[in-house]
Ligand binder design. Structure first.
Ligand SMILES: Nc1ncnc2c1ncn2[C@@H]1O[C@H](COP(=O)(O)OP(=O)(O)OP(=O)(O)O)[C@@H](O)[C@H]1O
Ligand SMILES: C[C@@](O)(CCO)CC(=O)[O-]
Length: 408
């Protein structure tokens, strides 16, 4: 049997993130500080030997298993100027229109999370692979994740970064630079979020602790400090785009007041960066510095609440943390989703345990984790000797791929 063009499969994984500071204010040009999580999303892209060009999307986290015919999409991507090295040369809107036309009838019954994921993955696959000499052919894209979807821990960025890295590895034959991966993931994030700042994809691609300001290169911070947090999933659903729209709407009504609040968030982020730098330079006296950091988390949370993006569950988490002597803030877009509780090294273990119990008794999911760790990683290389099997056409389920957490 003839081998399918460029047969093989690649898996890449990327972490979620938390924003220590700067959610929402980063959209308006202020500094954000992001740290990646030990929880990851893995995307496997496999070239399949099917006769017809199509993409199968296996996305258990959003309960989607769909097959989409793709010949027209590959053509549209070439017409839109797709070239894997140059995300900015692509006519973004034109390719997106082609994706939407393709999905129009098919996705009518899908929910928003399914449609957003399918749009993002089809866009990326077409954009990165359409200019391959032998064409993209048939693909299977399978995603597995340890992250809560749509909760503020950067699940959409981890999806975009891991998919971009896998597709680029398949297309280019070598692992791509994190900046290129991040740039493609940013184009992808634009699809659901309209005008994202880019902080989520930068944090996920680069890993560790990242200082970010819109329009500037992300700065990986070489800090010798690993913050311990309780990551609390309130399980209150929300969409990032809706929270961003809520702030924009409030700003349209009260421009001066909202701009002053956003600017204050920026000052808090600047001050927190100084404290983190001190913690890294001189770990002695860290009790006071952790107390200062806690104060800044609290201030940042209150400013975000003033912007209208808190939620009663987030306020509840903060109140429980305060009862146990710890500081907490919402992280990500807010409106539900995740909060983070700062656990200083000297925190009393029994109190932390008691807080965890109280949070769990209230129905929240708690992960005790260290922030920082690896950014994007390519796990597999395409195996060109892997003779495809005709039975691949029958769309049998994928083999699961083991996901290693990087820390926690
Ligand atoms: N593992 C996954 N499988 C399929 N789709 C996913 C997955 N992870 C994220 N998504 C897509 O990303 C969307 C969630 O993006 P959203 O930006 O609202 O949340 P988030 O990225 O988790 O939070 P934030 O942007 O505030 O950090 C989902 O609705 C879905 O379309
Ligand atoms: C709410 C927001 O600031 C962070 C979402 O994690 C949106 C963005 O930066 O694009």
């Amino acid at each position: 049997m003839a081998r399918a063009p460029g047969a093989g499969a690649v898996t890449a994984s990327a972490p979620g993130k938390v924003l220590l500071h700067g959610e929402h204010s980063v959209v308006f040009g202020h500094r954000a500080l992001a740290a990646c999580l030990g929880l990851r999303t893995a995307t496997t892209v496999a070239r399949r030997p099917a006769a017809a060009a199509r993409v199968r999307l296996c996305l258990p986290a959003v309960a989607l298993d769909a097959r989409v015919p793709a010949a027209g999409l590959w053509r549209a991507a070439r017409d839109a100027g797709a070239a894997w090295r140059h995300p900015r040369r692509l006519d973004h809107e034109r390719l997106l229109r082609a994706v939407d036309e393709l999905l129009a009838a098919r996705a009518a019954a899908w929910g928003g999370a399914q449609r957003d994921a399918a749009r993002a993955l089809l866009y990326l696959a077409a954009a990165v692979l359409a200019d391959a000499p032998d064409g993209p052919g048939a693909l299977r894209v399978s995603v597995r994740s340890e992250l809560a979807v749509g909760a503020g821990a950067g699940s959409s960025a981890a999806l975009a970064v891991s998919a971009a890295a896998a597709l680029l590895r398949l297309r280019a034959g070598a692992a791509a630079d994190a900046r290129l991966v991040s740039a493609w993931a940013f184009s992808c994030e634009r699809i659901a979020h309209g005008a994202p700042s880019g902080v989520d994809n930068a944090a996920s691609a680069f890993g560790g602790l990242v200082a970010f300001r819109r329009g500037e290169e992300p700065r990986a911070l070489a800090l010798r400090v690993r913050l311990r947090v309780l990551l609390v999933d309130t399980r209150a659903a929300r969409r990032t785009s809706a929270q961003v729209a809520r702030v924009a709407e409030r700003r349209a009504r009260w421009p001066a007041a909202v701009d002053a609040t956003l600017q204050a968030c920026g000052h808090v982020a600047d001050a927190a960066l100084e404290v983190l730098q001190q913690l890294s330079d001189a770990p002695g006296g860290s009790g006071e510095r952790y107390a200062a950091l806690g104060e800044l988390w609290d201030a940042n949370h209150c400013l975000l609440a003033a912007l209208g993006v808190s939620h009663r569950a987030l306020e509840h988490v903060r109140a429980l943390a305060a009862e146990h002597g710890l500081a907490a803030k919402l992280t990500g877009a807010g409106g539900g989703g995740y909060a983070i509780v700062l656990v200083p090294p000297a925190a009393d273990a029994a109190r932390v345990r008691a807080l965890r119990d109280a949070l769990e008794a209230a129905g929240y999911l708690v992960t005790d984790t260290l922030l920082g760790g690896d950014g994007v990683r390519v796990h597999d290389t395409p195996d060109e000797s892997d003779e495809p099997d005709e039975s691949d056409e029958s769309d049998e389920p994928d083999e699961p791929v083991a996901l290693e957490a990087t820390d926690s």
